[in-house]
Design a protein around this ligand. Structure first.
Ligand SMILES: [Zn+2]
Length: 85
């Protein structure tokens, strides 16, 4: 992973608020893979998992989330990457 240590300039496109992991806010110990509505929130329209830097999840919960999504996919609760045009 590449980490860029750019000096913070005035043109930095970062929201002023600090992103907090939603699951940490809920104090979630684990993520229910049957909760597909919640899981969908962390997926793109094409069925991809939203990257951590976008979702703001912490490493622990992002990992739990990806496992939950993968499980949900196998149970056909969530789509695999769909590219039908
Ligand atoms: Zn978290």
């Amino acid at each position: 992973m590449i980490k860029r240590n750019k000096p913070t300039g005035p043109r930095e496109r970062r929201p002023s608020y600090r992103k907090v992991c939603k699951f940490c806010m809920e104090k979630a110990e684990d993520i229910n893979y049957r909760d597909d509505k919640k899981l969908r929130h962390f997926m793109t329209e094409r069925g991809k998992i939203v990257p951590r830097r976008v979702s703001g999840n912490c490493a622990r919960h992002q990992r739990l989330l990806s496992v939950a999504i993968k499980r949900a996919r196998h149970l056909a609760l969530l789509p695999f990457i769909s590219e039908h045009r």
